[in-house]
Design a protein around this ligand. Structure first.
Ligand code: DGP
Length: 116
């Protein structure tokens, strides 16, 4: 069950402005409002999926599209030479604050491992 009023749904409906970087029938990508790296893009499915925990076998193609989108954007933006990181926070303890599946595409600085 998905929350129709969460921020990302409002962004996709155009009720909240966003800096869009990519869109197709299934996927929407836009700059994070509070970037934690010089490049910080959020890639989300248009389908109402609350998080990674909701995915089933039926979502395999859509889940793959999020990764392919990240890969294509990284190529297009020239992020490959220095590297980039993709993060999907799932659940409160992992830091998920918006209940709509989203992949963070981060680049432009050094990242630590393990993440904090
Ligand atoms: P997470 O903490 O993994 O749930 O990431 C949620 C991200 O969403 C966080 O990095 C900030 C971003 N965010 C929250 N509200 C807005 C908004 O109104 N516009 C944009 N562009 N990003 C937002």
């Amino acid at each position: 069950m998905s929350d129709n009023d969460n921020i990302f749904k409002k962004i996709m409906r155009g009720e909240i402005p966003s800096a869009k970087v990519y869109e197709d029938d299934d996927v929407y990508a836009f700059n994070d409002i509070s970037p934690v790296a010089p490049t910080h893009i959020l890639i989300i499915p248009k389908a109402p999926i609350d998080g990674l925990h909701e995915l089933t076998d039926h979502d395999a193609e859509l889940a793959g599209k999020l990764l392919v989108c990240a890969s294509k954007l990284a190529k297009k933006l020239g992020l490959e030479s220095h590297g980039y990181r993709c993060v999907i926070n799932t659940g409160a303890e992992a830091g998920q604050s918006v209940p709509h599946l989203h992949l963070h595409l981060l680049a432009g600085r050094d990242f630590q491992w393990p993440p904090g």
